[in-house]
Design a protein around this ligand. Structure first.
Ligand code: T1G
Length: 689
């Protein structure tokens, strides 16, 4: 046997154990000995049944993603499953942890599946721009039915053991020693005798599928694909399982898989999978983490309440402080209401709501923060206010407590300097709604201690956030680049593009919405306040705000929102305002195409990202992509602004930025050295300083 696959015997039951840390990915060095073991055990007369299990924390969590894009080394997963299905004696997959992708497909190659009560099972390939390529699209429907299989495969979301048992995906759920239970299960099955039907020959789930209903559901799911190919291919593959003989459906799945795995979208999404994990790696792996048991949050408004919920959702007790009892009650009531909405939607049980609410302790006394290990302030975005808060925290927080600011823009070094413990100060820039949005920009100030940083990065992942460490500058990474992306928006309006045309160009690119819809959603008054604080103007948006048109919350902004609707409708008065302001400036309107809109918004976005790399505000280009995909809706199929620059052609981006710089003289188009160098070298690494 090999180090990665071993076989033990328990009477007539053979247990094949895979041991390929950390997640038992089906790498080639696992597949080869696994195949050998299965063939040997198939032909071994003394073996009555076979259990496939895994060591470590999880059953096989998928194919080895690092192998994609390289020549396939046989045996591949499909060959292993094909051998599994030639075994007449009962085969049982013993599932714990997360049986995902190729792992679940391996289990579907067995006659039976048993699971630990805490196990989760899923086919998340769609999140990598793929579809299950080991027969999952053809076997899963045969157990759970076509519609449930469609939902699982197109969403990529795993299900728990009990749900899997109810759906017919697993045959038994056990608590305690899974291997012993699995061996006894296998022994009993063997004793009862066969024949044992492979999943490929079963039809429990498919039966007489209502194809019309299936197609209707698939069409609904397709609407959410937003230009991504994988969800569509997933639905097609599951439909093939209904309409085609097994082997034809399997061949069709393979063809669809090969098309996806070689495409830019899957390359982008696989890149993002590793980029997110890379972003969470900071120098000094072996730094001791600080103990974090209780969280303090200052401010129970929208951000503070959301931040408090984010930690409570991760199981942490939270002390929530407000300036008055009334503000505190209002904040706690909002939190209660938010959880009630989740319960009503069915995404949270009443019991879980009760447990989470039980983690909150409200106070108006700073002294009550003395036992907190991490304190996050989410007070008014004003430096004087922040400094006052940190001055008070400095007096009450226990030594070693980490003090975090949720500021979106302000100088974290200046905030840290207002305390006697700058080594304990950093930024935790959550994105609203903080209990939902994945991205967490972790701002490392000049004096932030390495262990404080490492502690919050690990904590962020533990509460389900995607952490990216950023440096101190105005807007850090995301908001600073957002300003670059929006710098030309008003100029485009004054020169003849309408808000709808600009937003349409963004939506056609793959964004969930365009900048004007986004502004109306967030509230135009936020940007207005920021511009006034920095002595900047935006003639159209400022005028709208002066007239009280803040967007959805006032029923009109760049668009009209009739009767509280959230659907944007073109606003004739805005278009008249644009024309009038253009006339005042002597600008004759012209037709502006989508290409120009993208060049004057997304190319400066990439250029600003390159500047951020030059200034070492971000450690890696992929960190910037993680920020933009998880915080601002950059289309995952394009990998983020820096990855997309490679797809678009950095030389083309540089040439067009030079064109606009020559034509307008605007600094937003001045190509930064690293971008120019990238056009030649193809690498974002280091620029000659
Ligand atoms: N292949 C290679 N490396 C993997 C991996 C995989 N499938 N999954 C995880 N890793 C690495 C990861 O990069 C990290 O490395 C370490 O393991 C720990 O991961 C044919 C085509 C299982 C829920 O999509 O969702 O099967 O940073 O930090 O937070 O149809 O890993 O330590 O160097 O994420 O505890 C389908 C992907 C593949 C599952 C655990 N499977 N993995 O989360 O740990 S495609 C997936 C996860 C496929 C077949 C198709 C998570 C996890 P490093 P981690 P975690």
């Amino acid at each position: 046997m090999s180090n990665f696959v071993s076989v033990t015997r328990d009477g007539g039951v053979a247990v094949v154990s895979i041991d390929n840390p950390p997640v038992n990915a089906l790498s080639f060095h696992v597949r080869e000995p696994l195949m050998q073991a299965l063939v040997a055990l198939r032909d071994e007369p003394s073996v009555d049944a076979i259990v496939i299990a895994c060591a470590g924390r999880t059953f096989v969590a998928g194919a080895d993603i690092t192998e994609f894009g390289k020549p396939v080394q046989q045996p591949d997963l499909r060959a292993i499953i094909a051998v599994l299905e030639t075994i007449a004696k009962p085969t049982v997959a013993a599932i714990h942890g997360t049986a995902l992708g190729g792992g679940l497909e391996l289990a579907l190659g067995c006659h039976f599946r048993v699971a630990d009560a805490g196990a989760r099972l899923g086919l998340p390939e769609v999140k990598l721009g793929l579809l299950p390529g080991g027969g999952g699209t053809v076997r899963l429907p045969r157990l759970v039915g076509a519609v449930k299989a469609l939902r699982m495969i197109v969403s990529g979301s795993p299900i728990g053991a009990d749900e899997a048992h109810a759906a017919g995906l697993v045959d038994a759920v056990f608590e305690g020693d899974l291997i012993t239970h699995a061996v006894n299960f296998a022994r009993e099955i063997a004793r009862k005798g066969g024949p044992f039907t492979p999943v490929r020959d079963r039809n429990d789930g498919l039966g007489e599928t209502d194809l019309v209903g299936f197609d209707a559901e698939a069409a609904e799911l397709a609407k959410k694909a937003r230009g991504l190919e994988a969800p569509i291919a997933c639905a097609q593959a599951v439909r093939n399982a209904i309409t085609l003989p097994f082997d034809e459906a399997l061949a069709a799945e393979r063809a669809l898989f090969l098309k996806l795995v070689g495409g830019d979208q899957s390359r982008a999404q696989r890149y993002l999978f590793f980029a997110e994990r890379e972003a969470a790696k900071i120098p000094g792996k072996d730094i001791a983490r600080r103990k974090i048991a209780r969280i303090g949050v200052i401010g129970a408004g929208t951000m503070g309440g959301g931040i408090a919920m984010a930690f409570a959702n991760g199981g942490y007790p939270v002390t929530l402080l407000e300036t008055s009892g009334e503000a505190l009650e209002r904040g706690l009531a909002t939190i209660d209401k938010n959880y009630a909405v989740s319960v009503a939607r069915g995404s949270l049980s009443e019991e879980a709501k009760r447990q989470r609410l039980g983690l909150f302790k409200g106070t108006t006394d700073y002294g009550d923060l003395a036992d907190c290990d991490l304190i996050v302030e989410a007070v008014f975005e004003e430096m004087a206010v922040k400094k006052d808060v940190f001055g008070r925290l400095d007096a009450v927080a226990r030594p070693g407590a980490i003090l975090a600011t949720n500021t979106s823009y302000l100088d974290v070094n200046e905030i840290a300097a207002s305390t006697s413990r700058p080594q304990d100060v950093l930024g935790l820039h959550f994105f609203s709604p903080a209990n939902v949005m994945k991205l967490l920009e972790i701002v490392r100030a000049e004096k932030t201690a390495p262990d404080a940083l490492a502690t919050v990065v690990e904590l962020a992942r533990r509460i389900g956030k995607v952490p990216v460490v950023v440096g101190v500058c105005h807007g850090f990474v995301g908001n600073r680049m957002l300003a670059a992306r929006g710098a030309e928006s008003e100029a485009l309006l004054l020169e003849g593009a309408t808000p709808s045309q600009i937003d349409r160009a963004f939506i056609d690119f793959g964004w969930p919405m365009g900048p004007f819809q986004m502004g109306d959603l967030a509230g135009l008054d936020i940007g207005w306040r920021n511009r006034k604080a920095r002595g900047q103007t935006a003639v159209i948006a400022d005028t709208l705000c002066e007239q009280g048109h803040f967007g959805q919350k006032t029923g009109s902004g760049f668009y009209l929102y009739e009767n509280g609707s959230r659907i944007p409708v073109a606003n004739p008065s805005v278009e008249a305002l644009i024309r009038a302001k253009a006339a005042e400036k002597g600008i004759a309107p012209r037709t502006i195409g989508a290409d120009e809109i993208i060049e004057r918004t997304l190319y400066p976005l990439v250029n600003e990202g390159a500047k951020i790399l030059e200034e070492k505000i971000a450690a890696r280009a992929s960190d910037i992509d993680v920020v933009w995909v998880n915080g601002y809706g950059f289309p995952v199929g394009k990998g983020g602004p820096m990855f997309w620059a490679g797809l678009e052609g950095v030389d083309k981006i540089v040439a067009r930025l030079d064109h606009w710089h020559e034509r307008t003289g605007k600094d937003i188009f001045r190509v930064t050295p690293l971008l120019r160098q990238m056009a030649v070298s193809g690498s974002w690494e280091g620029v000659a300083s």
